[in-house]
Design a protein around this ligand. Structure first.
Ligand SMILES: [Zn+2]
Ligand SMILES: [Zn+2]
Length: 178
């Protein structure tokens, strides 16, 4: 049993965090809580790119870990990047149980489309499961329906399910006996 702690970053609100925490708890069969105090990530801002360096945020997450939590997932509306990529939806540390996910490019408004809260919530749950899956040691999955398949665009996120495929389930503690 692992406990997941959601850490708000920036202006992300409980309207997103509460359903996310319920979805994660249900999918991963574990307790999931929301930390009351958010994390300030001004240190990770790159003025030239006007984005936040996700690896720098990950480094800070050990400080913010609730004592009983095995995993910390930071959730932000800020736009994230790593130097070799234009952007990232999220990033995870494979050993230390830390991950970060951004809603910035999951929102339909980013693409000039009308707001779609249900679609945003579905995408956020999938990307959160994906990044947490990495913290359980999972790599990318070749099955495009599996939540561990890689996504470089929202269309790919929409294609996959908010579920781990049978090959990926054992790593996150799920499987035939649940
Ligand atoms: Zn990934
Ligand atoms: Zn899989």
């Amino acid at each position: 049993m692992s406990l997941i702690s959601l850490l708000p970053v920036g202006k992300v609100g409980r309207a997103l965090l509460v359903p996310l925490s319920e979805g994660l708890a249900q999918r991963l069969r574990t307790a999931c809580s929301i930390q009351s105090a958010g994390l300030n990530v001004d240190f990770a801002f790159n003025p030239a790119r006007r984005q936040y360096h996700s690896t720098e945020i990950l480094k800070k997450l050990l400080d913010g870990r609730a004592p009983e939590a095995a995993k910390v997932l930071a959730v932000t509306e800020l736009d994230l990047y790593i130097p070799v990529l234009t952007f990232v939806f999220g990033e995870a540390h494979l050993e230390d149980g830390r991950a970060v996910v951004s809603t910035h490019r999951l929102r339909q408004e980013f693409y000039g489309l009308p707001s779609h809260p249900a679609l945003l919530a579905a995408r956020l749950l999938k990307e959160s499961l994906h990044e947490l899956g990495h913290t359980y040691g999972l790599r990318h999955c070749a099955d495009y329906r599996c939540v561990m398949s890689s996504s470089n665009a929202v269309e790919r996120i929409d294609l996959k399910e908010a579920e781990f495929c049978p090959n990926c389930q054992p790593a996150v503690g799920l499987g035939s006996n649940w």
